[in-house]
Design a protein around this ligand. Structure first.
Ligand SMILES: Cc1cc2nc3c(=O)[nH]c(=O)nc-3n(C[C@H](O)[C@H](O)[C@H](O)COP(=O)(O)OP(=O)(O)OC[C@H]3O[C@@H](n4cnc5c(N)ncnc54)[C@H](O)[C@@H]3O)c2cc1C
Length: 526
């Protein structure tokens, strides 16, 4: 632990340009971008390790991925790929093929890394509406290319980098096809292409939407959903040894750039202090000009003791987050002999395609590789199994029973649909929204951010506006939210807004121009 905050005198509290609360990927991305921009950064994480919902934790000789297991942006030209080249070149990234093996009643699908191969697989199925499948994916690819173009270059989203507006003008023709999708559920587009009722496509898209935009095709805001359908085609991969390695690499990069990174350092209180903010952390009061909170709006309200109604934007966000999901998990230690494949891989299971893909009816299973010996005791591999679970409206005294019922359904589905894997289980550790609440401190264990149910309100949050003077929110409750890459992109965006803030700029000793993320690797941080 190092102290880089300048002090105003021997007894004055440490003082930073920006304090970042929470080292999930939103906070890590913000802290790193701020440190790269020359700000004196404090990064506080309550747990003894970074990553939050996308971390790797140790338990009973296993190293499990806590939640997120499959990531976009890892290719050399993606945001994570560029950070890996700059700050952690030894980190190994794997791109599985198939990206995901989907098993559903009546069909299986090996989701390939190339969209044309998926189209070919679907078209080869008995009864496939070939023309409709082709035209749907042509539209999806076009929309995804446009929107990912914005994702890959955070400078194209507000706050704009120089030249971004011109770039947007040039892209205008590509934006026009989006107009007929905006504010409508994905199922509208499926109907237009005449493929809304063909089960294999519908179930495949439902599964993908549930995981990414947190609702099925009947509800999912079409442009968001079409962009998210591209995840497997955007060089989706995993980090050898677990995503926690990337989280640690980013935390250490912040430190190497002069930031003060504190683990096991829960911020217990946040209060306005003159023009800046005062944070209570580990019995110390720390002062910062700006704060970036990698927290759910509910948790920020509590931390800053904000009465309801005082910060209306936070109230609105909190209400949207409350409509989201918790997760039920099974962390499994499984006999290695169970697996044919040596490498890490991902299996997605649908039990009943006619029912919502939640609460045990839909499982995402990620299996560590034989080349990751530190992930499990000898002769075993780890498997992280997750499903969506909502406890909204469930009376407190019935929650434990509901969680139990969903976990039982998960076991039952694994036994029936993945019997070989199930037979190899040696150790099982279940988890629930309570577990997430306890470890990541997320209100009610809500994970996954705001469901992107069709509506124009999603576009209102595009600008990274502070929730209170000098106080910004990052993470999956703010745009673009929702995946590890998306929260990181959001963190970069917010950090750039903070760096561009005139008042803060005056206080920075020497502010190098924020580097566009596409810059070649600088010599720092090796
Ligand atoms: C089961 C599951 C599966 C998922 N699968 C995928 C996937 O395969 N691919 C993908 O891209 N995404 C996936 N996601 C989504 C992804 O994990 C999240 O979008 C992302 O990790 C959220 O990051 P965040 O920064 O918003 O918040 P978090 O990860 O929750 O980070 C917040 C951090 O703040 C810390 N904190 C909280 N309070 C305090 C405090 N007072 N002081 C200091 N620190 C504090 C917490 O400990 C935590 O580390 C999955 C999520 C879940 C739950």
């Amino acid at each position: 632990m190092s102290h880089h905050g300048h002090t105003g005198g021997p007894l004055a509290p440490p003082r930073f340009d920006v304090a970042v609360i929470g080292a999930g990927f939103g906070g890590l991305a913000a802290a790193l971008t701020l440190a790269e921009g020359g700000a004196r950064v404090l990064l506080c994480e309550a747990l003894s390790y970074p990553g939050g919902c996308a971390s790797t934790f140790s338990r009973r000789g296993y190293r499990f991925e806590a939640g997120a297991t499959l990531f976009s942006g890892l290719a050399p030209d993606g945001l994570f790929g560029r950070w890996i080249q700059r700050y952690a070149p030894a980190l190994e990234v794997r791109f599985p093929d198939p990206v995901i093996a989907l098993r559903a009643p009546g069909f299986t699908l090996d989701l390939p890394p190339r969209p044309e191969d998926l189209v070919a697989q679907l078209c080869a199925m008995p009864g496939a509406p070939v023309a409709g499948i082709r035209s749907f994916f042509a539209e999806q690819q076009q929309v995804a290319a446009t929107l990912w173009g914005l994702f890959d270059d955070p400078g194209l989203l507000p706050p704009f980098r120089e030249g971004a507006l011109l770039d947007h003008l040039r892209r205008l023709p590509r934006y026009l096809p989006l107009l007929r999708l905006v504010g409508r559920p994905l199922v509208h587009a499926l109907r237009r292409h005449g493929v809304a009722d063909w089960t294999p496509l519908r179930a495949t898209l439902d599964a993908s939407c549930q995981i990414s935009v947190q609702c099925g095709v009947d509800e999912a805001e079409a442009p968001f959903a079409m962009a998210a359908l591209d995840y497997p085609f955007r060089q989706a991969g995993h980090v050898r040894g677990g995503i926690g390695r990337l989280a640690w690499a980013l935390a250490r990069a912040v430190e190497r750039l002069g930031g003060d990174v504190r683990m096991a350092a829960r911020v217990r209180h946040l209060a306005r202090d003159g023009e800046g903010w005062a944070l209570d952390v580990r019995g110390e009061t720390v002062r910062a000009e700006r704060v970036v909170a990698n927290l759910l709006p509910q948790d920020l309200q509590r931390l800053a003791a904000v009465p309801p109604g005082a910060w209306p934007r936070l109230d609105r966000l909190a209400a949207q987050v409350a409509e989201g999901w918790g997760a039920a998990m099974l962390y499994l230690g499984v006999d290695s002999s169970t697996f044919d494949r040596r490498e890490a891989h991902h299996i997605e299971i649908i039990d009943d395609t006619s029912a919502p893909l939640i609460e045990g009816n839909h499982l995402f299973c990620s299996i560590s590789g034989a080349d990751e010996p530190d992930r499990a005791p000898p002769g075993q591999r780890t498997v992280t199994v997750s499903t969506h679970l909502s406890l909204q409206g469930c009376p407190p005294d019935q929650r434990a029973a509901r969680v139990q019922a969903v976990q039982d359904r998960m076991r039952d589905v694994l036994q029936r649909r993945a019997p070989k894997l199930w037979a190899g289980v040696r150790v099982e550790m279940p988890a629930s929204p309570r577990t997430f609440q306890r470890f990541t401190r997320r209100h009610a264990g809500l994970v996954g951010g705001i469901p992107r149910r069709a509506g124009l309100h999603h576009y209102a949050g595009l600008l990274p506006r502070p929730v209170a003077p000098g106080l910004h929110l990052v993470g999956d409750s703010v745009f673009p939210g929702q995946s590890t890459l998306a929260v990181a992109i959001g963190g970069v965006k917010v950090a750039r807004a903070v760096l561009g803030d005139a008042a803060l700029q005056q206080s920075l000793i020497s502010l190098p121009a924020p580097r566009p993320a596409s810059d070649p690797a600088p010599s720092t941080g090796r």
